[in-house]
Structures are given as C-alpha cells and as structure tokens.
Ligand binder design. Structure first.
Ligand code: NCD
Length: 311
C-alpha cells in the first residue's frame, strides 16, 4: 500500500512508496515476459484514461497496464469527448463519478487539473502529465530503468538536458532523484531554464561539455516547441551543436553512462539517430518499464492486495 490516495505530484510519494512501487514493478515485469500476460488482480475495477492532450506512449502504456491486471479500461480522448463541445473539466469529472469508476488517469494542458478532479470525484487520480508541471509516472519508470540498468539509484549523477523550463518530466524527475539519494543536474541554455533554476532543487549547469564527464545518466529532453512563445534558440542545428547528444560527445562521457529520453524524440535535435539506436540508449527499456511501473501504481493504489499477489 502507498501512503497516498492519489499520485498527482512526486511530493505525494515518500522514499518507501517509491521503493515499494519499483519492487512491485519488478515482479510485474516478469509477468510481462510471459506468453499470457494477464493477472486477475483488478478484475471488476474500472480505469478511465482521460487524455485531453496528445499522447501515444503514456496512454497506451496505462491502457495496457490496466488490461494486464484485468481491469475494465476506458479511453476518453480530447477529440472524442464532450470537452470539444465545451463541457468543463468539472462536469466531465462529475459524469465519470456518476459512472462509478475507480481510477482516473488525467492528462491536461493545465497544471493542477488532477487536483481539481480529485476535489470533485471519489476515484483515485493519477497525473498523466499536467501542462508544464509534473508527470510522476514518467519519473517512476525512469527510476526503474536506471535501477535495472545501473544496479542502484543512490549516488548516481543524472544530467537532465535541454528544455528544463517547459518540461513536466524534469518537474517530476528532479524531486524523484533527490528522494532516492541521487544527484540531479539540470543542463540547458539560459533561454530554456526557468527564471529561478535554483529553486528546482537540482544543480544547474549551462555547458553540457563541462558537465558531461561527471554524469552516470544523460537524460535528453525534447524541446517543447508547442509550449514556447518564441523560438528559444537560433536554429535546430545550433541547439544540436551545443546541447544535442551525438557520437563525438559520447566519447567524452564515462564509458558506462547511459542515455535516456522520455519520447517522442526529435532525432537530429536533442539526440542523434546513431546515439538513439546505440546499445547505450535505454529509450525502449523505458517504454517497456512503463507498463510494469503503471501496473504497480494501479495495484498499490487500488489496494490490490485483497485480490491476489503480484506474481
Ligand atoms: C513527455 C510528455 O508528454 O510530457 N512524453 C511522454 O510522456 N512520454 C515528454 C515530451 O512530450 O517531450
């Protein structure tokens, strides 16, 4: 069981919660290797994916996780739901509440949307990404992938590189790393840093080349062009030259350093194609971990312990 009812921000989870999610995800990832990848754990429970912003991997990952635990999973997307007819989020929440669903995963362009849902419905809420604020399950699957690949979390130095200002991934990953005893370093151009990077709780660096040799993980972020008011650098080429991960940069990193990316990747901008497809890239391991980690959070939130063990 977790110490919280909802997962809206990383601050909902303490170190014990995080470790219990990662350990539970370990046992679910074994299930995901089986030919029959289904457990009866959440049979009869209803999970709603309320995705009011575009998503491919997060939505499908939650859907697959719910189905592998035998829950009934329903998808609401922006274009298919009454929100395009002007229904407010509050009314959507009341409607879902009246249908007695147990868990809602919400993705929304406004920070705080998950909190609003939690106020007007009884279901558990998981934040699937709210504006530029947080994306806690992404951070959890990232921790899972780091622990699997590098064998530990404590003491790791993790560079989070690129568009820090608009990144909800960084918003969750920085506190998550601190909670487990790793050191986050945010690295990017001043135009893609928040106004007060010092309050993030991470070390701050502006030169990737200087910080690179200290890193155990290089976590590349997509530049969120859709959230920026203006082009934050002269050209993609210029950005790639200073902040992109490429083969020549990899040569000055620790030999065991891994490269991560939450997807979708802009090949040739923040990451070159050869690095993205190299053995030191764990991008597909992250996607794979996403299903097991989301199974774990659903299982632990819905108190699945009554209805069967993980393995
Ligand atoms: C991220 C997101 O949507 O915040 N992607 C994801 O969830 N896999 C990052 C991004 O869009 O760049």
């Amino acid at each position: 069981m977790l110490s919280c009812r909802h997962i809206m921000t990383m601050s909902d989870l303490d170190a014990d919660d995080i470790i219990s999610i990662l350990d539970t995800a370990d046992s679910f990832s074994e299930v995901n290797e089986r030919r029959i990848k289904k457990l009866p754990t959440l049979r009869g429970r209803t999970v709603v994916n309320l995705f009011l912003e575009p998503s491919t991997r997060t939505r499908t990952s939650f859907e697959l996780a719910a189905k592998r635990l035998s829950a009934d999973a329903i998808n609401f997307s922006a274009s298919a739901s009454a929100t395009v007819k002007g229904e407010s989020l509050r009314d959507t929440a009341r409607t879902l509440s009246a249908m007695a669903c147990d868990l809602v995963i919400v993705r929304h362009r406004y920070a705080g949307a998950p909190h609003m849902l939690a106020e007007c419905m009884d279901a558990h809420i998981i934040n699937g990404g709210d504006g530029i604020h947080e994306h806690p399950t992404q951070a959890l699957l990232d921790l899972f992938t780091m622990r699997r690949t590098l064998g530990r979390l404590e003491g790791l130095t993790v560079g989070i590189i690129g568009d820090i200002a608009h990144s909800r991934v960084a918003g969750s990953l920085v506190p998550a790393l601190r909670t487990v005893g790793a050191t986050p370093v945010v690295i990017g151009p001043p135009t893609l840093m928040p106004a007060r990077p010092d309050v993030l709780g991470a070390d701050v660096a502006y030169s990737l080349d200087e910080a690179l040799p200290t890193l155990d993980v290089a976590y590349m972020l997509r530049v969120q062009f859709e959230r920026a008011d203006a082009m934050p650098f002269p050209s993609n080429r210029e950005y790639a030259r200073l902040y992109g991960m490429n083969a020549s940069r990899m040569a000055s990193a620790k030999p065991e350093m891994i490269v991560m990316h939450p997807g979708p990747m802009n090949r040739g901008v923040e990451i070159s194609a050869d690095v993205a497809d190299s053995p030191r890239s764990v991008v597909l391991d992250q996607v794979n971990a996403g299903v097991a980690v989301r199974m774990a959070v659903m299982y632990l939130l819905l108190g699945g312990e009554d209805s069967g063990a993980a393995a």
